[in-house]
Design a protein around this ligand. Structure first.
Ligand SMILES: C[S@@+](CC[C@H](N)C(=O)[O-])C[C@H]1O[C@@H](n2cnc3c(N)ncnc32)[C@H](O)[C@@H]1O
Length: 268
């Protein structure tokens, strides 16, 4: 991305652009690549972690649209459009799928309008909204989605930006409470389980420069979220994303441990 648009902060690295850089995208600036490279130098698993998180999204959406038959998706923390965004995966399985994306980053907004174009049978909408306003998200998403029918709530790589875990849980609780039985929560975030020191140092480097800050989680955060919200985790539960939705016989040899955990859970 060479031509900064008015109103875009190109001096501070921003989460969606750094993530886009790790995903191999081109929608990032020098400041984003700089901190992105510093983090990679500290923990070389980062680009792999970003790509594996996208593969998890693909498998989860295929499962939800395919096996479960969900036709409505609420994806908060859209990120910059890349290959296989939620709407593309869902509408590949079921072209009539409706997707509402939500993000509060101005660069994401600029790209979303141009790139998030779905199938003629389906609907793809974008809301410029803040995760910290779940009631507004539900109200506006409800103009596109039928909130009396099951919805797949996607929170991919966004809850890690919420410093206070209790606040993160309260936001998800409010979102889930606005959705009917048979809805699903899918979430993933970076952890510091397998490569603790390197991940902690990488997070410090990132947080010293970039916005919003990242807070690494532990597997118990995912299980606690599922339990406290009264959800039912889909097997195999909260696991490194490389292990979710992969047949047991394809896990041989087992994938390298990865510091990105994910879970898919059903609202009973
Ligand atoms: C690490 S990116 C993940 C992008 C995408 N979900 C993925 O998994 O590839 C985090 C995204 O969350 C968005 N985000 C962070 N804080 C937010 C907030 N308070 N409200 C809305 N979006 C937010 C960022 O702008 C960014 O697009």
């Amino acid at each position: 991305m060479t031509e900064p648009q008015p109103g875009i902060d190109t001096t501070t690295p921003q989460s969606p652009r750094v993530w886009n850089y790790w995903l191999g995208g081109k929608d990032n600036y020098e400041v984003d690549r700089q901190v992105g490279d510093e983090v990679i130098a500290m923990t070389p698993q980062l680009p792999k972690l970003a790509r594996e998180s996208r593969r998890f999204l693909i498998r989860a959406v295929e499962y939800l649209a395919g096996e479960v038959g969900i036709r409505q998706f609420l994806d908060i923390g859209t990120g910059l459009p890349t290959a296989d965004n939620t709407h593309q995966v869902a509408q590949r399985v079921a072209p009539e799928s409706k997707i509402v994306y939500v993000d509060n980053d101005p660069v994401v907004l600029a790209h979303a309008r141009a790139l998030l174009v779905g199938t003629p049978q389906g609907v793809t909408r974008y809301l410029d909204e803040d995760l910290y306003a779940p009631e507004r998200i539900l109200r506006d998403a409800g103009k596109t989605l039928d909130l009396n029918q099951p919805v797949a709530l996607m929170l991919m790589g966004i809850l890690g930006h919420v410093a206070d875990w209790d606040q993160a849980k309260a936001i998800v609780r409010e979102l889930v409470s606005g959705l009917p039985s048979g809805s699903y929560l899918t979430t993933c975030d970076s952890t510091n389980v397998h490569d603790t020191e390197a991940m902690d140092r990488a997070a410090s480097i990132y947080n010293a420069a970039a916005s919003p800050r990242i807070h690494l989680r532990r597997p118990w955060h995912f299980t606690e979220l599922v339990t406290e919200l009264g959800l039912e985790a889909v097997a195999p539960g909260a696991v490194p994303v490389t292990q979710w939705g992969v047949a047991e016989d394809q896990l041989v040899p087992r994938p390298e441990p990865i510091d990105e955990y994910g879970v898919v859970a059903r609202k009973p």
